[in-house]
Ligand binder design. Structure first.
Ligand SMILES: Cc1cc2nc3c(=O)[nH]c(=O)nc-3n(C[C@H](O)[C@H](O)[C@H](O)COP(=O)(O)OP(=O)(O)OC[C@H]3O[C@@H](n4cnc5c(N)ncnc54)[C@H](O)[C@@H]3O)c2cc1C
Length: 342
């Protein structure tokens, strides 16, 4: 039996490793011959880091067959690839992530390509101030990286309700970032170099293939991360609709869980519902500073946080751990575990 995994991000690589290490035949379809550490893209955009690429073999089990291509349509038992070939599958893992967009002409850092576009725009206008729209974690991390790179930065957003974000904004204001809160703006209506960090979009592959999707085009899955009416298609990561936050912290356990569901079914057992609990949310605020916000399993904030250089150090350690969790799973399937939900 062959499982085909679409997407070599955090969810896809985790699923592929966990299955391949258990003897499953796994085919991984990916447009790129490398793994992108998306959580580093704000530093790539600002020139603080050359790129966010890792050789696939650093994180991927060598038993996984890699097909370098893009899936353009999903059928009942085969996938249409951009190069023209049809790829048959027994089980499919949909893990195409998020990051495509061109909604309003503003720059974005949701994908490698868009990050490169912002990097070029910044290089072409070295003295231009930058306006960031959106005070989510991406906007905050980008603002910190831009200040570290010596840029004048303005951050415009609706008022954030999370305490951690409010703390980030106070920190950024002290670093010289101009903060304007309380109004919803259209990035297209702002002059100059604008970066839109409000929300994200997902590839339209599931919708184009007639699979059930939500309003944002995210694949609908049940508690076992399986598409209703399509028992051989499972989904993980940003590209699926779930009650969990779109995050690398969610994509890794989801990727592991779909592998566990597939293994259970192969062995004649029923798969378990997906459960997870959050522990930390870490933010890079630039210049080696960061914040580690402790969380309740349901993602609400605890009263404890680590700030400053210590916070920056923990954040960097967690970023490295994400890659380490994947390579450990490459070397020993089933090793990765995650906190249970409430
Ligand atoms: C700047 C930035 C900072 C972030 N910081 C954090 C953080 O600190 N903590 C955190 O938890 N999360 C963070 N995130 C979010 C995190 O990066 C995403 O939630 C995570 O990457 C989702 O993993 P994924 O596997 O679902 O998708 P991805 O990592 O996006 O991988 C999807 C893969 O699918 C491939 N693909 C797409 N379409 C197709 C197709 N048709 N056929 C084949 N392959 C396809 C893509 O090329 C990509 O490689 C950050 C994101 C950004 C942009």
């Amino acid at each position: 039996m062959t499982t085909t995994v679409l997407g070599a991000g955090y969810a896809g690589v985790m699923a592929a490793n966990r299955l391949a290490g258990r003897g499953e035949e796994v085919v991984l379809v990916t447009p790129n011959a490398w793994f992108v550490e998306r959580i580093r893209l704000h530093r790539v955009a600002t020139g603080l880091r050359e790129n966010a690429r890792l050789d696939l073999q650093t994180v991927l089990n060598p038993a996984v067959e890699v097909v370098q291509d893009t899936a353009t349509e999903i059928g009942d038992d085969k996938i249409q690839l951009a190069a023209g070939e049809n790829l048959p599958y027994d089980t499919l893992v949909y893990a195409v992530g998020s990051g495509t967009s061109d909604r309003n002409g503003a720059c974005r850092i949701v994908s490698e390509e868009e990050t490169e576009r912002l990097r070029t725009a910044l290089a072409e206008a070295p003295d231009a101030p930058v306006t960031i729209v959106g005070a989510g974690l991406t906007g905050v991390e980008l603002a910190g990286a831009l200040r570290e790179a010596g840029r004048a930065v303005k951050l415009v957003s609706t008022a954030p309700d999370r305490r951690a974000i409010q703390a980030h904004l106070r920190f950024l204001a002290r670093q010289g970032v101009e903060i304007e809160l309380g109004r919803r703006v259209d990035p297209a209506g702002i002059d100059g170099l604008v970066v839109d960090t409000t929300g994200f979009t997902v590839p339209s592959l599931a919708a184009d293939s007639g699979l059930p999707v939500d309003d944002l085009g995210r694949l609908l899955v049940d508690e076992q991360l399986t598409v209703p009416g399509h028992p051989n298609i499972l989904g993980a990561g940003d590209a699926v609709h779930s009650s969990f936050r779109a995050a690398c912290a969610t994509a890794l356990p989801m990727g592991a869980h779909v592998a566990d569901v597939i293994t259970a079914r192969r062995e004649g057992r029923a798969g378990k519902p997906f459960r997870m609990g959050y522990v930390l949310q870490c933010t890079d605020l630039g210049s080696g500073r960061g914040r580690v916000q402790f969380l309740h399993p349901d993602d609400t904030e605890r009263a404890i946080a680590i700030d400053g250089r210590a916070g920056g150090l923990v954040k960097e350690t967690i970023c490295r751990m994400t890659v380490r969790w994947l390579s450990q799973e490459r070397d020993r399937a089933g090793r990765y575990s995650w906190p249970a939900g409430a």
